[in-house]
Structures are given as structure tokens and as C-alpha cells.
Design a protein around this ligand. Structure first.
Ligand SMILES: Nc1ncnc2c1ncn2[C@@H]1O[C@H](COP(=O)(O)OP(=O)(O)O)[C@@H](O)[C@H]1O
Ligand SMILES: [Mg+2]
Length: 228
């Protein structure tokens, strides 16, 4: 299988002031192959979100290489990096991050427009994605009119509307009860199966991790071990 994401000996230090810094990643290497489902687990503050941001091109490391879809991105300009990100990666966050004034359909369509698709095409693709994810009767609802589970499904639709090779989800079920968590995981598993989308997610929930093909453990900014 081809490698779709790779970080090699990546370090990321947050500088808070003179002599005051946090080494969030201290030399992490990880290779994700196309079509895999990977769970990342670790204590709070261990560097999971930082790793997701660096591996997904939202943040750049201080050291090490980052490859997305066979392209080295760690030394790219912001503009070039944003273009790689838009075409290769979809992000889902714990807090859904939907725009409150837009409907579900508009939230998803906006991601298509940002990626350069026209408004009509974006709306059509957004509708198809929301229908596929079981939200056909929620297209015109605003986030406040949706349950948490539904909001997260809209966020997944938004992440997938540009057909990224990789979906990265940072604690996607962290704000959901167990039933809605199970729904989201079923959905991600189905997307992986039906579209071949590679999935990398962070979770504290062992049942979520168990649904993934690989489990990577991180602690104190280092990969501690791997199962699966
Ligand atoms: N923007 C930031 N500025 C300063 N420190 C940060 C920032 N983001 C994260 N950190 C610190 O880096 C470490 C790793 O954070 P993070 O990657 O968010 O961990 P996790 O997602 O595993 O909880 C923590 O000690 C955290 O406090
Ligand atoms: Mg985090």
C-alpha cells in the first residue's frame, strides 16, 4: 500500500516566553498507509493534537519532515501548504466548529467553495454528502437546531466534501454520549470502507480505538508503542 502521510523525527516546541517553552513533540515518526484507520491515544497534554496539526499541515514542525500524499510539505509556504491541505486532508474537531448562522447545507458547501468549486457545484456536492451521511432531512437546519451527534455528522460531511485522501479527527466523539459516539464511529468506518478514505483519529475512548485497524500510543511528546 502507498504511504499517504508520513512524519519523520518531528519536533514542535511552543515558546511561551524567554526560558519558558513546552516541547509538545520530541521526535515523532509515523507512517500512515492509504486506506488505514489509525487511532492515537495518550494522556492529556501528551502531544496528540499537535501531532494531528503537524501531520495534517495545519502547523509546521521545528524539526523533521512532513509528507502528505507523497509531497514534502514542512518547508512549503503557507499558501502552498494550504493548497495541499485543501485537496488531501479533511479535519473534524471535538467541538464541531460549524458556523452558527449557516444551515447544514451551507456549512458543508462553504468547504467546497473554499477549495475552488463554484457555488452551485458546491451545494450539489454538499447535499449528496449530507444525504449519504443520513442527514437528508436536516439540510436546512442550523447547528443550534441539531443534536450534537447530528452536528458532528455535518462536520464529517464538511470534512469529506472535497474527497480528501485522509480524514483527521481530533477527539471526534469527545462531546458525544456513547450512542452518538458509536454512530460517528460507524459512519467513519463506513466512509473508510466505501471511499477508501484513510482515517487518523485521536480518542480517549477504548471502544473508538478498537474500531480502528491500528492503535498508536503517545506520551510526553514521544510515540510510546503501537498495536494492531
Ligand atoms: N498553542 C500552544 N501554546 C503553548 N503550549 C501549547 C499550545 N498548544 C499545546 N500546548 C502544550 O503542548 C503540550 C501538548 O499539547 P497537545 O498537543 O494539545 O496535547 P493533547 O492533544 O495530547 O492533549 C501540552 O503541554 C500543551 O499545554
Ligand atoms: Mg488534544
Amino acid at each position: 500500500m502507498t504511504t499517504t502521510l508520513r512524519v519523520t523525527d518531528v519536533a514542535r516546541r511552543y515558546t511561551l516566553g524567554k526560558d519558558n517553552h513546552v516541547d509538545a513533540l520530541r521526535g515523532v515518526s509515523l507512517e500512515v498507509r492509504a486506506g488505514e484507520t489509525v487511532a492515537i491515544m495518550g494522556p492529556s497534554g501528551s502531544g496528540k493534537s499537535t501531532l494531528m496539526h503537524v501531520a495534517g499541515g495545519l502547523d509546521v514542525p521545528d524539526r523533521g519532515e512532513v509528507w502528505i500524499g507523497g509531497v514534502r510539505v514542512d518547508a512549503m509556504t503557507d499558501r502552498d501548504l494550504a493548497a495541499v491541505r485543501r485537496t488531501h486532508i479533511g479535519f473534524v474537531f471535538q467541538g464541531f466548529n460549524l458556523l452558527a448562522t449557516l444551515t447544514a447545507l451551507e456549512n458543508v458547501a462553504l468547504a467546497g467553495e473554499y477549495a475552488g468549486a463554484g457555488r452551485r457545484a458546491s451545494l450539489q456536492r454538499a447535499e449528496a454528502m449530507l444525504v449519504e451521511l443520513g442527514l437528508a432531512d436536516r439540510l436546512r437546519h442550523r447547528p443550534a437546531e441539531l443534536s450534537g451527534g447530528e452536528q458532528q455528522r455535518v462536520a464529517v460531511a464538511r470534512a469529506l466534501v472535497n474527497q480528501p485522501a485522509v480524514l483527521m479527527a481530533d477527539e471526534p466523539t469527545g462531546n458525544l454520549d456513547s450512542e452518538n459516539s458509536a454512530d460517528i464511529i460507524d459512519l467513519l468506518t463506513r466512509v473508510n470502507r466505501d471511499h477508501g478514505t484513510t482515517i487518523v483519529l485521536v480518542t480517549h475512548d477504548a471502544s473508538v480505538a478498537a474500531a480502528c485497524g491500528r492503535l498508536v500510543r503517545i506520551r510526553d511528546g514521544l510515540i510510546e508503542g503501537e498495536a494492531g
